[in-house]
Design a protein around this ligand. Structure first.
Ligand code: ATP
Ligand code: MG
Length: 418
């Protein structure tokens, strides 16, 4: 049966070259699945009978992406790097390494894949479909089903628990009964996964169009405490709508929204240990922790005056302020609380402050130590106190005062540190 899918021309070209050299080659995995659902643009992966060294000999521009697993990256004519993977049987995890055994047949390669919807092959030249596990039917019926015996498949690789919940959430699939049973029975195994794999999986969940669906399934399956005991949302009614409400092109803000909702008492106070254990980079740990700590501003900020508001702003490092606001915007978007209106008003004021160029530290004032020195202020702590007092005085004004005004304040002794 011939099925027309929207695949890039470069995919057919790579296939032709491999087949002309005598190596059977198919498109497999996520791109085929998504194309069948009518959603293009995923990464097209190829599975081939050619061994990695043969793939590398055949193409001029290749990258050894995962040679241990049989994967070679090949640049298509469109400049895209396509993954070409040799047909495999199971990959047995051996601690940090894996033992791979290559296979001669597509059927074996499809059988080692995790879910039926991910085990569909499509031939880019003949447009033929190979679907030995009826993945297309499951896709049509909205079912997530493991290939083979679910309990065994999850035990082989516990990451499949997380992958399954991600696919079910993102593609709005119901988890077939036996698959759910096998999945739940394997949840404890998540503890043994490498933190990097869990981090990458979590990042993928959070990057999706509606992360709250998969995160809700995480909760139902009891995944969170297995990832880290500090990840156990206290309020079971609490939803992850906040994550959805952050634009998906802000992955770090989305992750922050996630941790803000998912961390329990202990972790909420100090998210660093969890983030570090999950091997987020130092820069990411700093950013996410700052956002989680700032959280969504307290309602008192809405009721307080400009000085209180600007003091709150000044307590957040400037490079993170925009992201804190993005998180706040998201929370206003889902809103519904009684202080929502006040919160929106305060948010508007904070944004106004930023575009109006409000100084948030003494260094950002239009006058500096040199000016004060010239006016006879002694150096040392007095100077620092005076600059801080100037900053607070500037905060009390609707708009940030200019240099002349500030110099006038000092000259006339308007600003006296307490
Ligand atoms: P997406 O890229 O949209 O997250 P995908 O299905 O392409 O989804 P990849 O991680 O890119 O997922 O993997 C490509 C294919 O490799 C999958 O479709 C699946 O067939 C197979 N696969 C990946 N990881 C596993 C795994 N842990 N166990 C079994 N098969 C897997
Ligand atoms: Mg993929």
């Amino acid at each position: 049966m011939s099925v027309q899918l929207e695949a890039p021309a470069a995919v057919a070209e790579l296939t032709r070259k491999l087949e002309e050299a005598g190596f059977e080659t198919w498109a497999v995995g996520g791109a085929v699945r998504d194309a069948l659902r009518g959603q293009g643009k995923a990464d097209w992966d190829l599975a081939t009978r050619a061994r990695p060294e043969e793939v590398r000999r055949l193409f001029r521009r290749t990258v050894p992406i995962g040679i241990d697993h049989g994967t070679v990256g090949v640049f298509g004519r469109d400049g895209v790097l396509y993954e070409v993977t040799t047909f495999r049987r199971d990959v047995l995890p051996m601690g940090r390494k894996a033992i791979v055994s290559f296979s001669e047949t597509l059927e074996e390669d499809l059988a080692r894949r995790d879910f039926t919807i991910n085990a569909i092959a499509w031939h880019p030249l003949r447009r033929e479909i190979r679907d030995p596990f009826a993945g297309r039917r499951d896709l049509e019926q909205g079912l997530l089903k493991a290939v083979g015996t679910p309990s065994e498949r999850f035990r082989e690789d516990y990451l499949r628990v997380l992958r399954g919940l991600r696919f079910a959430g993102a593609l709005d699939l119901e988890v077939e009964a036996a698959t759910w049973e096998g999945l739940e029975a394997a949840v404890d195994g998540i503890e043994g996964l490498s933190p990097e794999r869990v981090r990458d999986e979590l990042s993928k969940v959070v990057a999706g169009p509606r992360p709250s669906a998969a995160l809700g399934l995480y909760r139902r399956a009891g995944v969170f405490p297995r990832i880290d005991p500090a990840l156990d949302p206290e309020d079971p009614g609490e939803s992850f709508a906040l994550v959805d409400a952050v634009p998906s092109h802000r992955p770090l803000v989305r992750l922050s929204a996630f941790f803000l909702m998912a961390l329990n008492g202990e972790g909420r106070r100090d998210p660093d240990p969890v983030l570090t254990r999950l091997r987020f980079s130092n820069a990411e740990v700093r950013r996410i922790s700052t956002l989680v700590a700032a959280g969504v501003p307290p309602s008192s900020l809405a009721d307080g005056g400009p000085v209180e508001r600007r003091r709150w702003m000044a307590a957040i490092e400037r490079p993170f302020l925009r992201d804190v606001i993005r998180l706040w915007v998201a929370s206003c978007r889902i809103g519904g609380t009684s202080h929502e209106l006040g919160s929106r008003r305060a948010l508007g004021a904070v944004r106004g402050d930023l575009s109006g160029g409000i100084p948030l530290s003494p260094r950002e004032l239009p006058v500096g130590g040199a000016d004060l020195m010239a006016m006879g202020v002694p150096g040392g702590p007095v100077m620092g106190e005076l600059l801080n007092a100037l900053l607070e005085a500037a905060w009390a004004r609707p708009r940030p005062p200019d240099r002349t005004t500030m110099l006038g304040w000092i000259r006339n002794g308007v600003v006296i540190p307490d």
